[in-house]
Structure formats: C-alpha cells, structure tokens
Write a protein that binds this ligand. Structure first.
Ligand code: KG4
Ligand code: ZN
Length: 354
C-alpha cells in the first residue's frame, strides 16, 4: 500500500512538485510547490514552447527539493514517484519525465506515469479541508476545461470511464486566452477576462454560441474569436447600456469581457447538464484551469439546482484547478500503474479517448 507519493508536473509552463499522503482513504497535501513561467510568457502574449522548456530545466530540481523539504518527510519515506506523461508540450514534458525516471532509479522507488487530463479530475479527490467538502462518488460526469482541452466524460469507477464528447477545435481556456489577446489583455487571458467581466453587462453585445443545441456532447469555440475580432474592429452599438460611472472605454472592455465569458460558459453549462441528465447521473466534477472561473461555477450550480435530479457540482479550490503536481500524485493513488523507468516515454498526444 502506497502512503506517500511525490508528484511531478511539467506539461506546459508550470514546474510543479507535491508530496501527498493517503491515510484511511483520505488524500492530504503535505507540500505543493508551483513555479510558473507565465509572467515571462506573457511578455510575448502566449507560450513559446522552447522557452517554457528552458524554464522547466531551471526550476525542476529546486521545486522538487522544496516540496520534499516542506513535506517534512525524508526521501526514504516516500513510497513512489508519479509524473505527468502527457499530453502537453514535448520539451516541457521531457524535463519532468526524464527527471522522474532518474530519481526513480537513483532512489529505487516505483515510477507511476499519469495522464495530465485524468490528473485534473483527481484534484477533486484531494482533501483540501473545505468546511463541507464532498468527496466524489460514482457514477459522475466529468467536465474538463483547461487551456488545451474541453472534454465531457462519464466516470463509472476509478479507471473506468466513457468519453462523451469534446471540443472540435479550440479549448475553452484557449478561447479565453485568444479573445483576451484580441482585446490587448495580458496572457493568460482567462483570469483577466473574468476580472473585467465582473463590472460588465453580459447582454451588451450578441456573440454566437456554436453547437449549443447540437445533438451530441461536442463543443466549438474557434468561431468566437472571429466574432470577437469583428466586434473589436467594427464595434456594434451596445444592445443595452453598462453600469454608470467609470470611463467609456473601461465600460466597453468590461462589457465585451462579460459577453465573451458568457458565450464560453453557456454551451459548457448546457452540455454538461444534458450529459448528466441523459446518463441519469447526480454528480458533476469540474476540473482544469477554467474551473477557477467563478461565473462558470455559479451558473453551473444554479442550473444544476433547477434540474429534476438536483445535480451536485464539485470543483477543487482555484489553486488545484490550474496545473499542479498534487493532482498528479492524487491520480496515482487511485489509477496509478507502476512502469519500468527505462521504458517510460513522454507522450505529447496522450488523450482521454482510447
Ligand atoms: O489547466 P490549466 O492550468 O492548464 C492546462 O492544462 O491547459 O489551464 C490554463 C487555462 C488558461 O487558458 C487560462 O486562461 C484558464 O485556464 N484560466 C481561466 C481562469 N483561470 C485560468 N479561465 C477563465 N477564468 C479563470 N478564472
Ligand atoms: Zn492542465
């Protein structure tokens, strides 16, 4: 039985390491370190893969050292090493995978590869000490909304799930980031759009919601950035006025952000509830960076409450929604399978579809 797992995550522009403990079935974080190069990437308005990989190399050893130190454990007390195998940027993934392989051999510990996308869902199993935290139960619907993925799955048990659908083009987070870029806002755009949207009116402009009524569980977000581009270059008269006070330009941007956010949220909420209703499932797990969006969670909870099934929506706290290594270690406790270190290879194209 594994009790302590060191998790390592380097799929994109975060270098992360965490030590988790499993005790009486509960998963607790002993340490959770995340070093991000997002500030550096924001200078260029998005991620430059080569540069992200170089930053991973600089951070990986200090981040692992700090996570072990903060856990209060000695290396010989750690039972296994879990690492993100993919998907992600190959240069970034290689740094984590090769480091984990080396440590596994040198420290003589089992090595467990984890699919980053499944890892996001397993953030929901971490006992983060919330006052009324519900630990997930099966069956449940999983909605993954991250920078690279937007997927709906039906979880039947640990390691047993059915893929229901996903985006046919851009991911929800990618759409936030690209629309933010069109508006001249910094990277990553999701948190920035969500901040500005708070003082905006989501009904001020009409934006499309492609595939919202389609007879499947798929999404399409790429058309939204074209619509936003047109809205910026040929601004239509607002459908309704913004709040009083503040400059006209600030209102304008806030209103656009509120409209963009709502256009991304609406199809996510509609298809997630449709998935739960059609599978007869009473619980939804949300995961990935976009799950840190308060409006998405508020709308999803509101709509779920109104359903006949009274669907219960679970989501990790924001710092466990965005990329971290605690979720990787958590997944390893439940669905981890040990591999021979020398044989493990990073896989940038790993997916939830099998
Ligand atoms: O899961 P994540 O950290 O990395 C990937 O695996 O992709 O997700 C990053 C994405 C970015 O696109 C970022 O803009 C988005 O999550 N994001 C948000 C918020 N916080 C992060 N999107 C909307 N609202 C937020 N509050
Ligand atoms: Zn992620």
């Amino acid at each position: 039985m594994l009790k302590y797992i060191l998790g390592i995550e380097t799929s994109c522009d975060e270098t992360a390491a965490a030590v988790l403990e499993k005790n009486n079935g509960r998963i607790k974080i002993l340490s959770n370190i995340v070093a991000s190069s997002a500030n550096l990437q924001s200078i260029y308005g998005g991620i430059i893969p080569e540069q992200a990989a170089r930053e991973q190399i600089k951070s990986i050893i200090p981040v692992i050292e700090e996570s072990i130190k903060n856990s209060g454990l000695r290396v010989n007390e750690i039972d296994a090493i879990a690492v993100t195998q993919g998907p992600g940027l190959i240069g970034s993934l290689l740094v984590g995978v090769e480091t984990a392989k080396t440590l596994s051999v040198v420290w003589n510990k089992p090595l467990i590869p984890v699919n980053h996308l499944l890892g996001h869902f397993y953030a929901n199993w971490i006992d983060y000490g919330g006052p009324q935290q519900t630990i997930p139960s099966f069956p449940c619907i999983g909605l993954l909304v991250s920078g690279g993925h937007t997927d709906l799955v039906l979880f039947k048990n640990h390691g047993k799930y059915k893929y229901l659908g996903g985006t046919r083009d851009d991911a929800a987070g990618e759409c936030f980031d690209k629309c933010a870029r069109i508006l001249g806002l910094p990277y990553p755009g999701g948190p920035e759009i969500s901040r500005l949207a708070r003082s905006g009116n989501p009904k001020s402009y009409h934006l499309p919601r492609p595939m919202i009524d389609s007879n499947d569980f798929d999404f399409s977000f790429s058309g939204l950035k074209t619509a936003v581009s047109t809205m910026v270059t040929h601004p239509p008269a607002p459908l309704s006025a913004g709040p009083d006070g503040g400059s006209l330009m600030t209102h304008h941007i806030s209103n656009m952000c509120a409209c963009i956010q709502q256009a991304i949220i609406d199809p996510l909420v509609k298809k997630t509830i449709k998935a739960a209703m059609s599978c007869g499932v009473k619980q939804v797990l949300v995961a990935g960076g976009v799950a840190a969006n308060n409006k998405l969670m508020d709308d999803l909870k509101l709509e779920s409450d109104l359903t006949r099934l009274k669907i219960n929506v679970l989501c990790p706290p924001p710092h466990l929604c965005t990329d971290n290594a605690a979720m990787i270690a958590s997944a390893a406790f439940f669905v981890g399978k040990e591999v021979v270190p020398e044989k493990l290879q990073a896989n940038p194209n790993l997916s939830l579809v099998y």
